[in-house]
Design a protein around this ligand. Structure first.
Ligand code: 3PG
Ligand code: CO
Length: 533
């Protein structure tokens, strides 16, 4: 049985308002013209950096430090916020799936058994993101899965691909499709009827998140389930026949090969809920559906899955609420679940609705954010300010999305504007903390806006065959800053020097200390100490 009571910190007081600010996609990089954070006017973040080394430092936000397989794995919001909130490093989906495929355990569980019962007489549909980004899915895992299912009796396989230009270079999807086509051709030689059945860009088809725009999921549904898609064929009759023949029918099996949760929860609801009213499904075939992982531990969605998700329990959010910390969390829709769902270990909902308030500011829908790089930074800043000034909360936690969401568009000028807007939102929050005598912790979940070009080993920007710069739309492997301060910060509090390899998972214990508690003993160690003088 978990003992939820946290010990009092021997030196740090309770009762201070603590603002926890997560700048999404805000890493630390050398200054140059492709570092949008450097180019942008960011006086607030610049001034925090002046506090180094006692009040500002860097922490790791990629690779094994956040539970990813290797040092080459860039950070991302899911694993970043999980680590920030949970205070421990859990092997994450990418790694768990690698292990399950390597050991063959993926084929031994209940989820696979459920799916494989359809192999004899029906079609297996595989839906997911086709790239080697390693954020939501990985091509090599799909390849192993295709091999595994065909060796275990799948006779007819239809792959519904979502192409990527967000976790990998724009245009790289062609190569991934070629690789997949090659593999499918080899399967056909072995007598397995395996084909690509539908496709679409990930931001336009299926992979919406946090119920921002159900049309995205509907477009996927039409193509993947109903077999209706706006293709251009030379022969219309042929096209309609082809598409319909690939539609899902009763008895088929569907496996989603993404391991990451946020952008698969909506599709899971559409595939699994008998009562569903977000769009007209037209047909709701009786299929057997499994996720690569269970995407939502609270909703138990999907109910069938191939690999057990990381068991992220006893998060700092849950501890703090159970120790009476009144918590406010806010972001705009596209990142709302990051400071709630991911922060709380992939659980939706409150721990205690009397002590918590989560506010979602609706994101603009149907645009790419380079068009409106300010996004809702101002509104998030205002909500946080009001929550702080209300003195109704002990912790006010926000995610400021601009650096990441605009960084992903690859639009350098817009990303510069985005970074400025994020900096202004930080200022609003710090000003409010100043007013109430509180404490702030400003950090980020992973890098993005601080590097907008692909580089060679020595760091020079790379150009493509046509002499065009290769724009980096993805995250990076760079560390992120963390800064502490505010009038409520007890004298002598400073970053320790003996945790040089500290990462995002060390932040939870740090925040618990600032609320006046000692973190549980199995948490990654705190980043701060109190010097006596
Ligand atoms: C996305 O889902 O938008 C990207 O693949 C990753 O971005 P995030 O990890 O910052 O959400
Ligand atoms: Co991102």
């Amino acid at each position: 049985k978990v003992s939820w009571k946290l010990e009092d910190h021997p030196k740090l007081p309770k009762g201070k308002t603590v603002a926890v600010v997560v700048l999404d996609g805000w890493g630390e990089n050398k200054p140059d013209e492709y570092n949008c954070i450097h180019v942008a006017q960011t006086p607030t973040m610049d001034s925090l950096k002046q506090g180094a080394p006692e009040k500002w430092r860097l922490v790791k936000a990629h690779g094994p430090a956040v539970g990813l397989p290797t040092e080459d794995d860039m950070g991302n919001s899911e694993v970043g916020h999980n680590a920030l909130g949970a205070g421990r490093i859990f092997a994450q989906g990418a790694k768990l799936v690698d292990q399950a495929l390597a050991s063959g355990k993926i084929y031994e569980g209940e989820g696979f058994k459920y799916i494989s019962e359809c192999f004899q007489n029906a079609t297996l549909h595989l839906i997911g993101l086709l790239s080697d980004g390693g954020v939501h899915s990985r091509l090599d895992q799909l390849q192993l899965l295709l091999k595994g299912v065909s060796e275990r009796g799948a006779k007819r396989i239809r792959v519904h691909i979502l192409t990527d230009g967000r976790d990998v270079l724009d245009g790289s999807s062609v190569g991934f499709v070629e690789t997949l086509e090659n593999d499918l051709a080899k399967l056909r030689e072995k007598g397995v009827d395996a084909k690509i059945a539908s496709g679409g860009g990930r931001m336009y088809v299926t992979m919406d998140r946090y119920e921002n725009d159900w049309d995205v999921v509907k477009r996927g549904w039409d193509a993947q389930v109903l077999g209706e898609a706006p293709y251009k064929f030379t022969n219309a009759v042929e096209a309609v026949k082809k598409l319909r023949e690939n539609a899902m029918t009763n008895g088929d099996a569907v496996v989603i090969f993404n391991f990451r949760a946020d952008r698969m929860v909506m599709l899971a609801k559409a595939l699994e809920y008998p009562d569903f009213d977000k769009f007209d499904r037209v047909r709701f075939p009786k299929i057997r559906y499994a996720g690569m992982l269970q995407y939502d531990g609270e909703l138990k969605l999907p109910s069938k899955y191939l690999v057990s998700p990381p068991e992220i329990d006893r998060t700092s959010g849950e501890y703090l609420v159970k120790n009476g910390i009144r918590t406010f969390a806010c972001s705009e829709t596209v990142k709302f679940g990051h400071v709630t769902f991911f922060w709380n270990g992939n659980r939706s909902g409150y721990f205690n609705s009397e002590l918590e308030e989560y506010v979602e500011i609706p994101s603009d829908v149907g645009i790419t954010f380079n068009v409106k790089p300010n996004m809702k930074a101002l509104e998030i800043g205002e909500k946080a300010r009001d929550a702080i000034l209300s003195r109704k909360f002990d912790q006010v936690r926000v995610n400021i999305p601009n650096g990441d969401m605009v960084g992903h568009t690859g639009d350098i000028q817009a990303t510069v504007v985005a970074c400025k807007a994020a900096d202004e939102a930080v200022k609003m929050i710090l000003d409010a903390i100043e007013e109430v005598g509180g404490i702030y912790v400003v950090t980020a979940d992973h890098g993005n806006a601080e590097d907008m070009v692909k580089r060679n080993k020595s760091g020079q920007p790379l150009k493509d065959k046509n002499g065009e710069l290769q724009i980096l739309t993805s995250h990076t492997c760079l560390p992120v800053p963390i800064a502490i301060g505010g009038p409520g910060l007890a004298p002598g509090v400073r970053f320790r020097k003996d945790v040089p390899t500290g990462g995002l998972a060390n932040v939870a214990a740090t925040v618990m200390n600032l609320h006046g508690f000692v973190a549980p003993s199995d948490y990654e160690t705190t980043l701060i100490e109190v010097a006596d003088n």
